[in-house]
Ligand binder design. Structure first.
Ligand code: SF4
Length: 167
């Protein structure tokens, strides 16, 4: 990060430098604004580092994190935490409502998490998997999003998206 700062990242308005914070265990991230203030203060004080924004992203119970939780008998507990923290105010800002995720072969998903879970768009009762070139952009408005238990990770607390907290 010091090298990035030296190159102008974080100080030149043309070269923004943003950080992403992921909790290192089975808990929700702290409030984004407070955490950004703390990181700015401490990184500047101890290392002379500056950056623009910090985004908090909740760990979703999929992939390696789900394996870690399962291995430590914490999957159920974490799911309960996410469900208890469900915040309806986050729904409007969920990234799957205004972005799509495209795999390297052109397959289309509602988000990167769904891509990890191989929840590819389909039609005709799953018999026809959809690729980017099959999609008519005009038909996307109001399309039903493919959801699952992992979505509780995006709707917990202040919410979580590629742009950090939602509310
Ligand atoms: S995990 Fe679910 S709620 Fe989160 S962005 Fe993907 S589809 Fe939307």
């Amino acid at each position: 990060m010091q090298l990035l700062n030296w190159l102008g990242y974080g100080t030149d308005p043309e070269l923004p430098l943003h950080l992403v914070y992921n909790p290192v265990g089975a808990f929700l991230p702290p409030p984004q604004v407070e955490l950004e203030t703390d990181y700015k203060r401490e990184l500047k004080k101890h290392f002379g580092i500056v950056f623009n924004n910090l985004y908090t992203i909740t760990n979703l119970p999929i992939g390696r994190f789900a394996s870690y939780l399962r291995h430590n008998n914490k999957l159920e507990e974490y799911m309960e935490l996410l469900i208890r923290a469900f915040n309806p105010a986050t729904i409007e800002g969920l990234m799957c409502r205004n972005t799509i995720s495209v795999g390297w072969r052109g397959e289309v998903y509602d988000c990167d998490f769904n891509q990890q879970l191989r929840m590819q768009w389909f039609r005709n009762g799953e018999s026809e998997r959809l690729f980017l070139w099959d999609i008519d952009p005009g038909s996307l408005e109001g399309r039903e999003i493919m959801t699952g238990n992992h979505c509780f990770g995006c709707t917990a607390g202040a919410g979580s998206s590629c742009g950090g907290a939602i509310v």
